[in-house]
Design a protein around this ligand. Structure first.
Ligand SMILES: NC(=O)c1ccc[n+]([C@@H]2O[C@H](COP(=O)([O-])OP(=O)(O)OC[C@H]3O[C@@H](n4cnc5c(N)ncnc54)[C@H](OP(=O)(O)O)[C@@H]3O)[C@@H](O)[C@H]2O)c1
Length: 374
């Protein structure tokens, strides 16, 4: 039960969630064509994540429960090694600062080294003698991913927490491809991370008990994924607002975390995936001007939250003792996200895993275990 500090009313978080669900069902029965349904779903996605953000600000004792500085229920990460992709901006930058404040050794895997150096300087102004290691990583280039893994291996001999955070939100009118020919969202958000995780897996196992956190998104609910054409070679439809490739990549992120958990059973390495909420970062900078003017900026301004708020769920997954015995589950607003767990189907997850391994040229990553029949 949540209590509003201004009006004193009590709110049941689950009731609010049920309310959203009922509203969604009502609207879906009104808008019946497939096109309308997709547009509606995208709109509801923005409103829903945003509304939670705002609610959480009003209800001070919200479902995040704690501030970034509150370390109760957290495992101590002093001297532990934390690798964060995309640590030079947005949510990743906040995580890097928070981990440095907690005296972890932070490996910042970044594409833009100039921006990363500036972030390092910022962190140094807040934290006394932080241990920060900067490595170059372009997830859209498998060669760079391999070099990055090698650089990390040269610098550390184990990893306690791997946070696959970096993300690209490409919504241009044409399909963009990475150097290796992958659709850009898929290649950057999912495939690059699949290879990086594979190449670092023995270090993560050495750091056990360890955690792998994969940043997903509520956008996964809007995915239209054809697993036989995951790289969009045949079906090149971009969907509403050209968001299909991004939505698909986020679904792949979340399915990856799920399958990874199964493959790592008994290894003392747990995996987590999450949605950070609708967050005011540079992620949407590539959006066409018309889309931003036609409402997105308004939605972001009225409903979006700051990276500091969104970072809580990542910190929860990476550090909380509450979920230290959980693996392969999804989280939102600093708590388990049951609906996503139910949406992420095992069979699809296995297929995406297989296809992804083939695309990045690895097989049997880590360790080879028969998929369960669940
Ligand atoms: N913002 C939201 O509302 C929202 C909602 C749901 C999920 N998410 C997820 O949250 C994560 C963080 O996003 P954010 O909002 O913090 O966005 P952001 O401020 O744009 O940060 C994205 C980070 O990813 C890095 N990146 C992008 N492409 C890369 C590549 N090819 N190789 C290596 N790094 C690359 C960026 O580096 P550069 O500086 O070099 O571009 C940047 O450090 C993403 O996975 C995103 O999908 C965000």
């Amino acid at each position: 039960m949540l209590e509003c500090l201004s009006c004193g009313n009590k709110f049941d978080a689950r009731e609010i969630e049920r309310m959203f669900f009922a509203m969604e069902q009502q609207l879906k029965s009104t808008f019946t064509s497939q096109g309308q349904q997709k547009d509606l779903q995208y709109f509801l996605y923005l409103v829903q994540t945003g509304s939670y953000n705002k609610l959480q600000q009003y209800l001070k004792r919200d479902w995040h429960q704690k501030s970034l500085e509150d370390r109760s229920d957290e495992e101590d990460v002093t001297g532990k090694i934390v690798v964060i992709t995309g640590a030079n901006a947005g949510i990743g930058k906040v995580i890097a600062l928070q981990m440095a404040k907690r005296s972890a050794t932070v490996v910042m895997a970044c594409r833009n080294l100039v921006k990363a150096e500036a972030v390092i300087n910022e962190i140094k102004q807040t934290v006394l003698n932080p241990t920060l290691i900067l490595v170059k990583l372009d997830l859209g280039d498998l060669e760079s991913v391999r070099n990055c893994a090698k650089e990390i291996r040269d610098k550390v001999d184990h990893i306690n927490i791997l946070i696959n955070n970096a993300g690209y939100y490409g919504v241009s009118n044409d399909l963009q491809r990475t150097k290796d020919g992958f659709e850009m969202n898929l290649g950057t958000n999912h495939l690059g991370h699949v290879l990086l995780t594979h190449l670092l897996m023995d270090l993560v196992k050495k750091g056990a008990p360890s955690r792998i956190v994969v940043v997903g998104s509520l956008a996964h609910e809007n995915a239209i994924l054809n697993v036989d054409d995951i790289n969009m070679e045949i079906d090149t439809r971009l969907g509403f607002g050209n968001t299909r490739p991004y939505n698909n990549s986020k679904l792949c992120n979340m399915l990856f975390a799920k399958t990874l958990a199964k493959r790592l059973e008994g290894e003392n390495v747990n995996t987590y995936t999450l949605c950070p909420g609708l967050v005011n970062t540079d992620l949407f900078a590539g959006m066409p001007r018309w889309q931003r003017l036609a409402g997105f900026s308004l939605i972001m301004a009225s409903l979006g939250c700051e990276p500091e708020q969104s970072a809580e769920t990542i910190l929860y997954c990476a550090l909380s003792t509450k979920c230290s015995q959980e693996s392969g589950r999804a989280y939102r607003f600093g708590r388990p996200w049951k609906e996503a767990d139910e949406n992420l189907k095992d069979e699809l997850a296995e297929k995406v895993w297989e296809v992804s391994e083939k695309l990045v040229g690895i097989t049997g990553s880590p360790p080879q275990k028969p998929p369960s029949n669940k």
